[in-house]
Design a protein around this ligand. Structure first.
Ligand SMILES: *[C@@H]1O[C@H](CO)[C@@H](O)[C@H](O)[C@H]1NC(C)=O
Length: 200
């Protein structure tokens, strides 16, 4: 065999594995982008205590595990540090309400806006970075997972109300785009009051 051929074969196998994984993930409606995760700036001096309470999801990048409408995330304090519990509720297409709980943990107390959310003790954590918030109006959260040759992006525009002023939404999208996030793929979440009344 030519020297180096074996290594090339191995690299090719690795690549086809990555491509197969890419195909699977793409089929599951994640937003996948080539290269490494962007690292946008987060909120400085993030104050988790002011972030507590209910947020309405206004827009998001599509996520496999969030298929419903009327999505809300309610944060409550957990323990004494910046850690929070999050209750997520959504209205599914069959009219039922789906709710689940996660734990948002700050891993480095010098960067309180960067959290890891665990949805079960055995699940891998999902990164949750707060890129912008005024605490009582809007918030912008971002997450990203590296898969080697590509990465999956997550983003949520949140509001304390079921609606958000168009100008604020535009500003948050611009901020995301400048941070290297694929905002074109964002989808609006239905928060129509009459429609969402079915959610219990
Ligand atoms: C925690 O965050 C600070 C500020 O960004 C950084 O300098 C430090 O290296 C981080 N510590 C760890 C253990 O990652």
């Amino acid at each position: 065999m030519c020297p180096g051929l074996e290594e090339k074969m191995k690299a090719l196998q690795g690549m086809s594995l990555a491509l197969a994984l890419l195909a699977i993930l793409e089929a599951s409606a994640q937003v996948l982008v080539a290269g490494k995760c962007p690292r946008p700036a987060v909120v400085q001096f993030f104050d988790a205590s002011r972030y507590l309470g209910k947020w309405y999801e206004i827009q998001k990048l599509p996520v496999l595990f969030q298929q419903g409408e009327c999505v809300t995330a309610t944060y409550s304090r957990q323990g004494t540090g910046g850690d929070m519990e999050v209750l997520i509720k959504e209205l599914l297409a069959d009219g039922s309400t789906y709710a689940y709980v996660g734990s948002a943990m700050v891993t480095n107390s010098s960067e309180p806006a960067k959290m890891e959310v665990y949805y079960s003790p055995t699940s891998l954590p999902s990164p949750y970075w707060v890129l912008a918030t005024d605490y009582n109006g809007h918030a912008l959260a971002f997450g990203c997972i590296d898969y080697g040759l590509f990465h999956a992006q997550f983003a949520w525009v949140l509001s304390r109300q079921p609606t958000l002023v168009r100008k604020t939404l535009k500003d948050l999208q611009d901020l995301l785009a400048s941070g290297g996030v694929n905002v074109d793929k964002m989808t609006p979440t239905n928060q129509n009051k009459a429609f969402c009344r079915a959610m219990v």
